[in-house]
Design a binder for this molecule. Structure first.
Ligand code: IPE
Ligand code: IPE
Ligand code: MG
Length: 260
């Protein structure tokens, strides 16, 4: 943390291929300004725009954003409603730019439990953008890491009951293939804004060898410059994956998943 080198561009081979972000601190940002919490969420949507655009420009292949956790239903109904409507507004407003930048929208989580209107808009946006070949923008919605592993285990158990898989065939790859997005590569860099140093049930399976970046900056203030600072810090790290190191970070770049 605290790299002052954000003015320099990160060499392309050291740009993380998959970036995952826990977008936290919207409420605190608003409170500090004497504003209601929802104003923090609205301003946070502006950060999403900025970060998506910058990641695409820098050559990131996948960007996964934690937008709503399975635990966030515990919030007041009015806040949950605001967040759901904000997502729909975001999708409607951003489609032209998503198409222009050839971004492929995807979603992970228990999507069937989202309100019908949200699911409908989301499915439409995913279908429309599926023709694109650029960066994957993956929204984690009603997402929980434990639930994802649990849902994968259930799918495997069901396949076993049908006689389609034997216990010895339940490999890491088999389980990975049953996660919400079987195509997703492990995140290289996990960013959390807002100052908390925790994972909060995000991508538990997938982050096993992710590089972590925590910043006290609240999400609404996290923009291009902050992203570049995180990328530059990442670029200077040595990833060892349990080995002895000495290999450049890019040596692992060709592999789909850490250690695989
Ligand atoms: C993140 O900001 C947005 C969501 C979790 C949806 P918060 O709303 O958690 O903001 P803080 O953590 O209360 O400041
Ligand atoms: C994590 O933030 C979830 C999202 C960013 C969507 P929270 O604000 O819900 O996390 P906790 O409750 O502080 O752990
Ligand atoms: Mg929070």
């Amino acid at each position: 943390m605290g790299s002052d080198s954000d003015s320099k561009a990160t060499p392309q081979e050291r740009v993380p291929r998959h970036v995952a972000v826990i977008m936290d601190g919207n409420g605190r940002w608003a409170r500090r300004k004497g504003l209601p919490r929802h104003r923090g969420h609205a301003e946070g949507a502006e950060s999403v725009r900025a970060v998506v655009r910058e990641c695409a420009r820098l050559g990131v292949q996948e960007l996964t954003l934690y937008a709503f956790s399975t635990e966030n239903w515990r919030r007041p109904k009015t806040e949950v409603h605001f967040l759901m409507e904000l997502l729909r507004t975001f999708l409607a407003a951003e489609m032209p730019e998503i198409m222009e930048n050839r971004i492929r929208l995807r979603a992970i989580g228990r999507l069937a439990e989202l309100p019908a209107r949200v699911r409908r808009d989301l499915e439409r946006a995913i279908a429309t953008s599926s023709v694109n070949g650029g960066m994957i923008l993956r929204l984690a919605l009603n997402y929980g890491g434990r639930q994802e592993i649990l849902d994968a285990a259930k799918r495997i158990a069901e396949a076993a009951v049908r006689g389609e898989i034997a216990p010895q065939d339940v490999t890491e790859e088999a389980l990975r293939g049953c996660l919400y997005d079987g195509q997703m590569r492990d995140p290289d860099l996990l960013i959390r804004t807002g100052g908390e140093m925790r994972i909060s049930n995000f991508l538990l399976w997938e982050v096993s060898y992710a590089e972590l970046w925590f910043t006290p900056i609240c999400w609404p203030d996290f923009r291009e410059a902050e992203l570049r600072t995180a990328f530059n810090d990442y670029a200077g790290r040595e990833r060892r994956f349990g080995g002895l190191g000495g290999e450049p970070l890019s040596a692992h770049g060709g592999r789909r998943n850490a250690g695989a």
